[in-house]
Ligand binder design. Structure first.
Ligand code: ZN
Ligand code: ZN
Length: 437
Protein backbone atom coordinates (compact mmCIF):
# COMPACT_ATOMS: atom_id res chain seq x y z
CA UNK A 1 0.00 0.00 0.00
CA UNK A 2 1.25 3.46 -0.81
CA UNK A 3 -0.36 6.72 0.01
CA UNK A 4 0.16 10.36 0.61
CA UNK A 5 -1.70 13.53 1.34
CA UNK A 6 -1.87 16.11 -1.41
CA UNK A 7 -2.58 19.78 -1.02
CA UNK A 8 -6.18 19.57 -2.19
CA UNK A 9 -7.39 17.90 0.97
CA UNK A 10 -7.41 14.33 -0.26
CA UNK A 11 -5.58 11.34 1.01
CA UNK A 12 -4.80 8.94 -1.78
CA UNK A 13 -4.28 5.34 -0.90
CA UNK A 14 -3.32 2.55 -3.22
CA UNK A 15 -3.76 -1.15 -2.50
CA UNK A 16 -2.50 -4.09 -4.47
CA UNK A 17 -4.05 -7.51 -4.11
CA UNK A 18 -4.89 -10.71 -5.94
CA UNK A 19 -7.25 -10.73 -8.94
CA UNK A 20 -10.91 -11.15 -7.99
CA UNK A 21 -10.15 -11.05 -4.33
CA UNK A 22 -12.73 -9.30 -2.17
CA UNK A 23 -11.50 -7.24 0.73
CA UNK A 24 -12.82 -4.82 3.23
CA UNK A 25 -10.85 -1.81 4.16
CA UNK A 26 -10.66 -0.75 7.77
CA UNK A 27 -10.56 2.95 8.35
CA UNK A 28 -9.08 4.25 11.60
CA UNK A 29 -11.80 5.62 13.91
CA UNK A 30 -10.68 9.24 13.70
CA UNK A 31 -10.96 9.19 9.92
CA UNK A 32 -14.38 7.54 9.77
CA UNK A 33 -15.64 9.91 12.44
CA UNK A 34 -15.08 12.89 10.20
CA UNK A 35 -17.04 11.34 7.38
CA UNK A 36 -14.37 10.30 4.94
CA UNK A 37 -15.75 9.21 1.63
CA UNK A 38 -14.34 7.37 -1.31
CA UNK A 39 -14.30 9.68 -4.27
CA UNK A 40 -12.48 7.98 -7.05
CA UNK A 41 -11.35 4.54 -7.99
CA UNK A 42 -10.04 2.48 -10.82
CA UNK A 43 -11.38 -0.87 -11.96
CA UNK A 44 -14.80 -2.38 -11.18
CA UNK A 45 -15.79 -1.59 -7.66
CA UNK A 46 -18.63 -2.32 -5.29
CA UNK A 47 -18.55 -0.11 -2.28
CA UNK A 48 -20.56 0.38 0.90
CA UNK A 49 -19.54 3.30 3.02
CA UNK A 50 -22.52 3.20 5.33
CA UNK A 51 -20.86 1.26 8.12
CA UNK A 52 -19.04 3.26 10.72
CA UNK A 53 -15.55 1.86 10.51
CA UNK A 54 -14.93 0.18 7.19
CA UNK A 55 -15.65 0.13 3.53
CA UNK A 56 -16.47 -3.12 1.81
CA UNK A 57 -14.93 -3.47 -1.57
CA UNK A 58 -14.92 -6.13 -4.23
CA UNK A 59 -12.77 -5.59 -7.25
CA UNK A 60 -11.81 -7.51 -10.32
CA UNK A 61 -8.37 -5.99 -10.78
CA UNK A 62 -5.20 -6.21 -8.82
CA UNK A 63 -4.84 -2.58 -8.03
CA UNK A 64 -7.22 -0.17 -6.40
CA UNK A 65 -6.81 3.51 -5.87
CA UNK A 66 -8.93 5.38 -3.37
CA UNK A 67 -9.08 9.04 -2.60
CA UNK A 68 -10.35 9.62 0.88
CA UNK A 69 -11.76 13.05 1.42
CA UNK A 70 -11.11 14.69 4.72
CA UNK A 71 -12.52 18.08 5.61
CA UNK A 72 -9.86 20.73 6.13
CA UNK A 73 -9.01 21.58 9.69
CA UNK A 74 -9.88 18.24 11.20
CA UNK A 75 -6.28 17.23 11.70
CA UNK A 76 -6.46 14.23 9.41
CA UNK A 77 -4.00 15.41 6.83
CA UNK A 78 -1.34 16.22 9.36
CA UNK A 79 -1.76 12.71 10.68
CA UNK A 80 -1.55 10.93 7.35
CA UNK A 81 1.37 8.57 8.00
CA UNK A 82 -0.44 7.29 11.07
CA UNK A 83 -3.59 6.62 9.07
CA UNK A 84 -1.68 4.81 6.37
CA UNK A 85 0.07 2.66 8.91
CA UNK A 86 -3.28 1.79 10.51
CA UNK A 87 -5.17 0.89 7.38
CA UNK A 88 -5.58 -2.79 6.92
CA UNK A 89 -7.37 -4.83 4.34
CA UNK A 90 -9.02 -8.12 5.19
CA UNK A 91 -10.98 -10.67 3.21
CA UNK A 92 -14.66 -10.94 4.08
CA UNK A 93 -13.86 -14.05 6.09
CA UNK A 94 -11.61 -11.91 8.27
CA UNK A 95 -8.23 -13.14 7.14
CA UNK A 96 -5.67 -10.43 6.49
CA UNK A 97 -4.56 -10.12 2.89
CA UNK A 98 -1.11 -9.16 1.82
CA UNK A 99 -1.99 -5.82 0.39
CA UNK A 100 1.27 -4.12 1.00
CA UNK A 101 4.08 -5.06 -1.29
CA UNK A 102 7.15 -3.12 -2.25
CA UNK A 103 10.01 -3.23 -4.69
CA UNK A 104 13.31 -4.38 -3.16
CA UNK A 105 16.84 -5.15 -4.38
CA UNK A 106 17.80 -8.54 -2.93
CA UNK A 107 21.22 -10.25 -2.68
CA UNK A 108 20.94 -13.56 -4.54
CA UNK A 109 24.54 -14.81 -4.55
CA UNK A 110 27.88 -13.76 -6.05
CA UNK A 111 27.36 -10.93 -8.52
CA UNK A 112 23.55 -11.21 -8.31
CA UNK A 113 21.27 -8.41 -7.17
CA UNK A 114 17.65 -9.09 -8.07
CA UNK A 115 14.65 -6.75 -8.07
CA UNK A 116 11.79 -8.46 -6.30
CA UNK A 117 8.37 -7.75 -4.87
CA UNK A 118 8.45 -8.16 -1.11
CA UNK A 119 5.83 -7.71 1.61
CA UNK A 120 6.15 -4.42 3.43
CA UNK A 121 7.70 -5.40 6.79
CA UNK A 122 5.55 -5.25 9.90
CA UNK A 123 6.52 -4.20 13.41
CA UNK A 124 7.50 -7.35 15.32
CA UNK A 125 9.33 -6.10 18.38
CA UNK A 126 8.23 -3.28 20.67
CA UNK A 127 11.41 -1.40 19.76
CA UNK A 128 10.99 -1.75 15.97
CA UNK A 129 10.44 1.24 13.74
CA UNK A 130 8.90 1.01 10.28
CA UNK A 131 10.65 3.38 7.88
CA UNK A 132 9.69 4.68 4.47
CA UNK A 133 12.97 5.09 2.60
CA UNK A 134 13.53 8.53 1.09
CA UNK A 135 16.86 7.76 -0.56
CA UNK A 136 19.71 5.26 -0.38
CA UNK A 137 23.25 5.15 -1.68
CA UNK A 138 25.71 2.49 -2.73
CA UNK A 139 28.94 1.98 -0.79
CA UNK A 140 32.19 0.23 -1.64
CA UNK A 141 31.09 -2.60 0.65
CA UNK A 142 28.08 -3.21 -1.63
CA UNK A 143 30.46 -3.53 -4.59
CA UNK A 144 32.56 -6.02 -2.59
CA UNK A 145 29.45 -8.05 -1.65
CA UNK A 146 28.38 -8.24 -5.30
CA UNK A 147 31.84 -9.09 -6.64
CA UNK A 148 32.39 -12.61 -7.92
CA UNK A 149 34.02 -14.10 -5.86
CA UNK A 150 32.58 -11.85 -3.10
CA UNK A 151 34.99 -9.61 -1.20
CA UNK A 152 32.60 -9.20 1.74
CA UNK A 153 30.08 -11.62 3.27
CA UNK A 154 26.30 -10.98 3.22
CA UNK A 155 23.16 -13.00 3.90
CA UNK A 156 21.59 -14.62 0.85
CA UNK A 157 18.06 -13.36 0.29
CA UNK A 158 18.44 -10.17 2.31
CA UNK A 159 17.58 -6.73 0.97
CA UNK A 160 20.80 -4.76 0.46
CA UNK A 161 21.51 -1.08 1.16
CA UNK A 162 23.00 0.16 4.43
CA UNK A 163 23.22 3.90 3.69
CA UNK A 164 19.77 5.48 3.70
CA UNK A 165 17.60 8.36 4.81
CA UNK A 166 14.03 7.60 5.79
CA UNK A 167 10.86 8.72 7.52
CA UNK A 168 9.18 7.01 10.45
CA UNK A 169 5.76 5.62 9.46
CA UNK A 170 5.06 3.35 12.42
CA UNK A 171 6.75 2.34 15.66
CA UNK A 172 6.49 -0.34 18.33
CA UNK A 173 4.98 0.59 21.70
CA UNK A 174 8.35 0.84 23.47
CA UNK A 175 9.62 3.55 21.08
CA UNK A 176 9.35 6.79 23.01
CA UNK A 177 11.86 9.16 21.41
CA UNK A 178 10.70 9.02 17.79
CA UNK A 179 7.42 10.10 16.28
CA UNK A 180 5.60 9.18 13.12
CA UNK A 181 6.75 11.61 10.45
CA UNK A 182 10.27 12.08 11.90
CA UNK A 183 13.04 12.04 9.33
CA UNK A 184 16.00 9.88 10.31
CA UNK A 185 19.41 8.64 9.24
CA UNK A 186 20.35 5.07 10.05
CA UNK A 187 23.36 3.52 11.78
CA UNK A 188 23.22 0.13 10.05
CA UNK A 189 25.52 -1.64 12.49
CA UNK A 190 23.44 -3.16 15.26
CA UNK A 191 25.48 -4.03 18.32
CA UNK A 192 24.42 -6.43 21.07
CA UNK A 193 25.07 -4.15 24.02
CA UNK A 194 26.00 -7.19 26.03
CA UNK A 195 29.35 -8.63 24.94
CA UNK A 196 32.71 -7.91 26.55
CA UNK A 197 33.43 -5.12 24.04
CA UNK A 198 30.01 -3.48 24.20
CA UNK A 199 30.28 -3.48 27.99
CA UNK A 200 33.63 -1.70 27.72
CA UNK A 201 32.19 1.04 25.48
CA UNK A 202 33.84 -0.32 22.32
CA UNK A 203 30.63 -0.88 20.41
CA UNK A 204 32.28 -1.03 16.98
CA UNK A 205 34.21 -4.10 18.19
CA UNK A 206 30.98 -5.91 19.22
CA UNK A 207 31.43 -9.65 18.76
CA UNK A 208 27.72 -10.16 17.98
CA UNK A 209 27.30 -7.33 15.51
CA UNK A 210 24.86 -7.53 12.63
CA UNK A 211 24.21 -4.98 9.88
CA UNK A 212 21.11 -3.70 8.16
CA UNK A 213 21.50 -4.03 4.40
CA UNK A 214 24.22 -6.70 4.69
CA UNK A 215 23.06 -9.46 7.02
CA UNK A 216 19.45 -8.32 7.56
CA UNK A 217 17.07 -6.37 5.30
CA UNK A 218 18.22 -2.85 4.47
CA UNK A 219 17.34 0.26 2.52
CA UNK A 220 17.25 -0.73 -1.16
CA UNK A 221 13.46 -0.92 -0.79
CA UNK A 222 10.46 1.31 -0.28
CA UNK A 223 10.16 0.33 3.39
CA UNK A 224 12.52 -1.04 6.01
CA UNK A 225 12.34 -2.18 9.62
CA UNK A 226 15.05 -0.92 11.98
CA UNK A 227 15.53 -0.86 15.74
CA UNK A 228 14.81 2.54 17.28
CA UNK A 229 18.30 2.82 18.77
CA UNK A 230 19.85 2.70 15.27
CA UNK A 231 18.02 5.86 14.21
CA UNK A 232 19.08 9.49 14.50
CA UNK A 233 16.62 12.28 13.83
CA UNK A 234 17.71 14.79 11.17
CA UNK A 235 16.10 18.08 10.22
CA UNK A 236 13.65 17.89 7.30
CA UNK A 237 15.28 20.99 5.81
CA UNK A 238 18.64 19.25 5.36
CA UNK A 239 19.01 18.45 1.64
CA UNK A 240 19.11 14.75 0.81
CA UNK A 241 22.45 15.49 -0.90
CA UNK A 242 23.83 16.11 2.60
CA UNK A 243 21.80 13.62 4.65
CA UNK A 244 22.65 10.70 2.36
CA UNK A 245 26.29 10.84 3.58
CA UNK A 246 25.45 10.16 7.24
CA UNK A 247 26.71 6.59 7.39
CA UNK A 248 30.03 6.86 5.50
CA UNK A 249 30.74 10.20 7.17
CA UNK A 250 30.18 8.73 10.63
CA UNK A 251 32.81 6.07 9.80
CA UNK A 252 35.21 8.63 8.37
CA UNK A 253 34.71 10.80 11.45
CA UNK A 254 35.89 7.89 13.61
CA UNK A 255 39.17 7.80 11.64
CA UNK A 256 39.37 11.60 11.58
CA UNK A 257 39.04 11.77 15.39
CA UNK A 258 41.96 9.37 15.76
CA UNK A 259 44.12 11.56 13.51
CA UNK A 260 43.91 14.34 16.16
CA UNK A 261 44.59 17.04 13.61
CA UNK A 262 45.98 20.37 14.78
CA UNK A 263 45.29 23.59 12.84
CA UNK A 264 47.90 23.92 10.10
CA UNK A 265 48.75 20.20 9.98
CA UNK A 266 49.71 18.92 6.53
CA UNK A 267 47.70 15.92 5.45
CA UNK A 268 48.07 13.29 2.71
CA UNK A 269 45.03 11.25 1.68
CA UNK A 270 45.84 8.13 -0.33
CA UNK A 271 42.88 7.30 -2.58
CA UNK A 272 40.26 9.89 -3.56
CA UNK A 273 37.24 7.63 -3.90
CA UNK A 274 34.08 8.50 -1.95
CA UNK A 275 35.80 7.82 1.41
CA UNK A 276 39.03 9.68 0.60
CA UNK A 277 36.97 12.65 -0.57
CA UNK A 278 35.08 12.77 2.73
CA UNK A 279 38.42 12.79 4.58
CA UNK A 280 39.62 15.64 2.34
CA UNK A 281 36.46 17.68 3.04
CA UNK A 282 36.70 17.11 6.79
CA UNK A 283 40.42 18.00 6.96
CA UNK A 284 39.80 21.13 4.86
CA UNK A 285 36.95 22.22 7.12
CA UNK A 286 39.06 21.60 10.21
CA UNK A 287 41.92 23.97 9.49
CA UNK A 288 44.42 21.64 7.82
CA UNK A 289 47.50 23.27 6.26
CA UNK A 290 48.21 21.54 2.95
CA UNK A 291 45.80 18.80 1.91
CA UNK A 292 47.45 16.51 -0.65
CA UNK A 293 45.49 13.80 -2.46
CA UNK A 294 47.15 10.84 -4.22
CA UNK A 295 44.83 9.21 -6.74
CA UNK A 296 45.39 7.51 -10.12
CA UNK A 297 41.93 8.26 -11.65
CA UNK A 298 41.70 11.71 -13.33
CA UNK A 299 37.97 12.12 -12.49
CA UNK A 300 38.62 11.46 -8.82
CA UNK A 301 41.55 13.89 -8.82
CA UNK A 302 39.13 16.56 -10.09
CA UNK A 303 36.70 15.75 -7.27
CA UNK A 304 39.59 15.94 -4.80
CA UNK A 305 40.34 19.50 -5.94
CA UNK A 306 36.62 20.41 -5.73
CA UNK A 307 36.58 18.95 -2.20
CA UNK A 308 39.36 21.22 -1.02
CA UNK A 309 42.65 19.44 -1.80
CA UNK A 310 45.50 21.88 -2.52
CA UNK A 311 47.60 19.39 -4.43
CA UNK A 312 46.62 16.25 -6.35
CA UNK A 313 49.22 13.70 -7.34
CA UNK A 314 49.03 10.84 -9.81
CA UNK A 315 50.95 7.89 -8.34
CA UNK A 316 51.50 6.60 -11.88
CA UNK A 317 53.46 9.61 -13.09
CA UNK A 318 54.36 11.77 -10.07
CA UNK A 319 57.23 11.11 -7.68
CA UNK A 320 54.92 11.20 -4.67
CA UNK A 321 57.63 11.13 -1.98
CA UNK A 322 59.54 14.03 -3.57
CA UNK A 323 56.36 16.06 -4.16
CA UNK A 324 55.07 15.54 -0.61
CA UNK A 325 58.47 16.55 0.84
CA UNK A 326 58.45 19.64 -1.37
CA UNK A 327 55.05 20.68 0.05
CA UNK A 328 55.58 19.65 3.68
CA UNK A 329 59.37 19.98 4.23
CA UNK A 330 59.59 16.98 6.58
CA UNK A 331 56.66 14.80 5.48
CA UNK A 332 52.96 14.90 6.27
CA UNK A 333 51.78 15.22 9.86
CA UNK A 334 48.94 12.84 9.02
CA UNK A 335 48.58 10.23 6.26
CA UNK A 336 45.28 8.42 5.61
CA UNK A 337 45.17 5.17 3.64
CA UNK A 338 41.64 5.17 2.19
CA UNK A 339 42.50 2.24 -0.09
CA UNK A 340 43.57 -0.55 2.24
CA UNK A 341 46.88 -1.66 0.70
CA UNK A 342 49.07 1.43 1.01
CA UNK A 343 50.72 1.23 4.45
CA UNK A 344 54.27 0.96 2.97
CA UNK A 345 53.62 4.12 0.94
CA UNK A 346 52.12 5.88 3.98
CA UNK A 347 55.29 5.15 5.99
CA UNK A 348 57.35 6.86 3.25
CA UNK A 349 55.15 9.97 3.29
CA UNK A 350 54.56 10.60 6.98
CA UNK A 351 56.95 12.76 9.04
CA UNK A 352 58.80 11.43 12.07
CA UNK A 353 56.36 11.08 15.01
CA UNK A 354 53.47 11.49 12.53
CA UNK A 355 50.23 9.54 12.48
CA UNK A 356 48.93 7.08 9.89
CA UNK A 357 45.23 6.24 9.78
CA UNK A 358 44.41 2.93 8.11
CA UNK A 359 40.80 3.18 6.98
CA UNK A 360 40.45 1.34 3.65
CA UNK A 361 39.90 -2.39 3.94
CA UNK A 362 41.28 -5.19 1.82
CA UNK A 363 41.19 -8.57 3.49
CA UNK A 364 43.87 -9.90 1.11
CA UNK A 365 46.46 -7.22 1.92
CA UNK A 366 49.71 -8.75 3.24
CA UNK A 367 52.36 -6.05 3.12
CA UNK A 368 56.10 -6.07 3.65
CA UNK A 369 56.65 -3.34 6.22
CA UNK A 370 59.79 -1.38 7.09
CA UNK A 371 59.20 -2.07 10.77
CA UNK A 372 62.43 -0.42 11.87
CA UNK A 373 61.30 2.89 10.32
CA UNK A 374 58.16 2.82 12.49
CA UNK A 375 60.29 2.31 15.60
CA UNK A 376 63.08 4.71 14.64
CA UNK A 377 60.62 7.48 13.59
CA UNK A 378 58.08 6.82 16.36
CA UNK A 379 55.25 6.60 13.82
CA UNK A 380 51.75 5.97 15.18
CA UNK A 381 49.70 3.62 13.02
CA UNK A 382 46.02 3.53 13.88
CA UNK A 383 43.26 1.36 12.47
CA UNK A 384 39.80 2.90 12.15
CA UNK A 385 36.80 0.66 11.69
CA UNK A 386 33.21 1.83 11.04
CA UNK A 387 31.62 4.37 13.34
CA UNK A 388 31.93 4.74 17.07
CA UNK A 389 29.39 7.06 18.71
CA UNK A 390 29.95 9.51 15.85
CA UNK A 391 26.37 9.77 14.49
CA UNK A 392 25.23 12.68 16.72
CA UNK A 393 28.21 14.78 15.61
CA UNK A 394 27.63 13.81 11.98
CA UNK A 395 23.98 14.90 12.14
CA UNK A 396 25.16 18.34 13.35
CA UNK A 397 27.68 18.48 10.50
CA UNK A 398 25.05 17.58 7.90
CA UNK A 399 22.40 19.95 9.25
CA UNK A 400 24.84 22.87 9.30
CA UNK A 401 25.93 22.00 5.74
CA UNK A 402 29.56 22.77 6.57
CA UNK A 403 30.93 20.33 3.99
CA UNK A 404 30.48 20.63 0.18
CA UNK A 405 28.98 17.14 0.07
CA UNK A 406 26.38 17.80 -2.67
CA UNK A 407 29.29 18.23 -5.11
CA UNK A 408 29.97 14.51 -4.78
CA UNK A 409 26.50 13.42 -5.96
CA UNK A 410 27.01 12.44 -9.59
CA UNK A 411 24.04 10.16 -10.30
CA UNK A 412 20.41 9.79 -9.29
CA UNK A 413 18.44 6.71 -10.26
CA UNK A 414 15.19 5.04 -9.28
CA UNK A 415 15.33 1.69 -7.50
CA UNK A 416 14.33 -0.32 -10.61
CA UNK A 417 17.37 1.21 -12.36
CA UNK A 418 19.79 0.28 -9.58
CA UNK A 419 21.89 -1.82 -12.00
CA UNK A 420 22.77 1.38 -13.87
CA UNK A 421 24.06 2.89 -10.64
CA UNK A 422 26.26 -0.14 -9.92
CA UNK A 423 27.59 -0.05 -13.48
CA UNK A 424 28.47 3.65 -13.16
CA UNK A 425 30.32 2.99 -9.89
CA UNK A 426 32.18 -0.02 -11.28
CA UNK A 427 33.31 1.89 -14.36
CA UNK A 428 34.55 4.72 -12.12
CA UNK A 429 32.31 7.41 -13.63
CA UNK A 430 30.21 7.80 -10.46
CA UNK A 431 31.23 9.08 -7.03
CA UNK A 432 27.98 9.16 -5.03
CA UNK A 433 24.69 7.80 -6.32
CA UNK A 434 21.29 8.54 -4.80
CA UNK A 435 18.70 5.82 -5.29
CA UNK A 436 15.07 6.82 -4.92
CA UNK A 437 12.76 3.91 -4.12
ZN1 ZN B 1 29.00 1.73 3.69
ZN1 ZN C 1 28.33 -6.52 21.65
Amino acid sequence: MRGQADTTGFIRVEFQFQPNQAIHLQIPPDLSACGASVLAHRSKLRLHADKADYFQIAVAGVRLQLRLHAAKGDGILSNTPFILACMKARTFSGEEVMTRTMCAAVFRGPGKLSLESRPVPEIKKDTDVLLEVEGASICGTDLHILADPPGHPATLGSIMGHEYVARVVDAGIAVSDLNVGDRVVVDPNITCGNCAYCKRGMANMCSQMTSLGIFIDGGFAEFNLAPARSLYRIDSETPIEQAIFAEPLSCVLNGFNQAQIQPGDHVVVLGAGPIGLLFIQLFRASGAGRVIAVEPAPLRRRFALASGADVVLDPGSDDCVARVMEHTEIGADIVVDAVGTLLPRAIELVRRRGRIILFGMNSHAQQTIAQNTITRHEISILGAYISRHTFPQVVKLLESQVLPLPKLVTHRVSLPEIDKAFAALRSGEAIEVIIKP
